[in-house]
Design a protein around this ligand. Sequence first.
Ligand SMILES: NC(=O)c1ccc[n+]([C@@H]2O[C@H](COP(=O)([O-])OP(=O)(O)OC[C@H]3O[C@@H](n4cnc5c(N)ncnc54)[C@H](OP(=O)(O)O)[C@@H]3O)[C@@H](O)[C@H]2O)c1
Length: 348
Amino acid sequence: METGGMIDEASNMKVILKNYVSVSPQETDMHLTAGTIKLKAPTGSNTLVVKNLFLSCDPYMLFKMMKLESHYTQSYTPGSPITGYGVAKVLDSAHPDFEKDDLVWGITGWEEYSVITETNHLFKIQHTDVPLSYYAGILGMPGMTAYVGFYELCCPKKGENVFVSAASGAVGQLVGQFAKLEGCYVVGSAGSNEKVDLLKNKFGFDEAFNYKEEPDFSATLKRLFPQGIDIYFDNVGGKMLDAVLLNMRVHGRIALCGMISQYNLEQPEGLRNLTTIVSKQVRMQGYLVFDYYHLYPNYLHMILPKIRHNQVLYVEDIADGLENAAAALVGIFSGRNIGKQVVAVDCL
Ligand SMILES: NC(=O)c1ccc[n+]([C@@H]2O[C@H](COP(=O)([O-])OP(=O)(O)OC[C@H]3O[C@@H](n4cnc5c(N)ncnc54)[C@H](OP(=O)(O)O)[C@@H]3O)[C@@H](O)[C@H]2O)c1
C-alpha cells in the first residue's frame, strides 16, 4: 500500500519458533511464514521501524528456545518470530535519538522488517568503511565479549601462556589474536582439522588441536603447555575445563565466557579438579557482556584501526537469506559454522 510516495505497509517474511525445544534444536523447530508490517512508527511511541540487513546466530539463543523459569534471558514465545542481535537500517523513527536511514546494531527480529521498542542496547553505526556484517560479530556483541573477557577479566601480560576453546568461532578467533598482539603464547582448540588449520595459518595461533581427536585433554594440554596455563578463555566448559584446571599455573586466570558443551545435555557434567583453584590461587570468573557495554567506545577505539590495518582478521560464515536462517542457527551447536555465523537478510 502506498500513500503520497511512501510505502506504509510491506510483506514481511519471519522465522517463527514452533514450540519450545528441550535438547538439541533442529531446523524443523522453526518455520518461515509470511506476514505484513506497517512501516510507519506511531508518533510519540519511541519506537523504530527497521529493515534487517544481517542477523547473528548466537549460542545463548538456545536458552531462549527453551522454557526456562529462571534465567538471565527470557524465553521466546512460540508462534512469534525469534529475536537476536542484528544489523539494520532505520526506515522510520518516533524515537528522538534515531532518524530515518541511520544504521544500527542491537536486538531485532528474525524477519525482513521489525518494529524495535527496546532501544537501551541499540547502537548507532558510525563507521561504514568496514563490512556492515562486522557489527553482528567483531564490531558487535561477540567482539565485545572477547574484549571484555580477555582484557578486563584475564588481565594479560606479555609472555603469558593462553589457551582458548571453541577458538575458531565468533569470540574465540578474536581472543587468540588479541593474545598474540599482547605477546602471549597462544593455543586454541576446535572441532575439525580445517578449523585447526585456520587457527594456525590465518589467525597466527602458536599451536592448535582438534579436540575430537584427543582422547586425553589433560595430556594434550600438558604437551602443549609444559610450563602450565596462565590464562584460560573458556567457551565450552565440561571436560575441557576440568582438564585445564589440572594444568593451571599459580595465579592463573580463567574467564568463564560460555559452556557450549553443556547447553544441550540433560545432565550437566561435573568438575573434579576444583581444588587446583585453591592450591594454585587461580581466579575464575564468569561474566555477561551486556554488563560491560559502557566500554564499547573504548573497544571501537582499539579495534577499528586494527581491522583497517589487517592486524586483526575476522572470518565470517554468511548464510544467504531468511530461508537458510534456521539451518544456520542450529548449525552452531554442531560446529558446522567456520567463523562467525551470520545470516544476510538484505545487503542494502
Ligand atoms: N558471557 C557472555 O556474555 C557471552 C557472549 C557471547 C558468547 N558467549 C559464549 O561464548 C562461547 C562461544 O560463542 P561464539 O558466539 O563464539 O560461538 P561460535 O564459536 O561461533 O559457535 C559455536 C561453536 O561452539 C563449538 N561447539 C558446539 N558444540 C560444542 C560442544 N559440544 N563441545 C565443544 N564445542 C562445541 C563449535 O565449534 P567446534 O567445531 O570448534 O566444536 C561451534 O562452531 C559460547 O559458549 C557462548 O555461549 C558468552
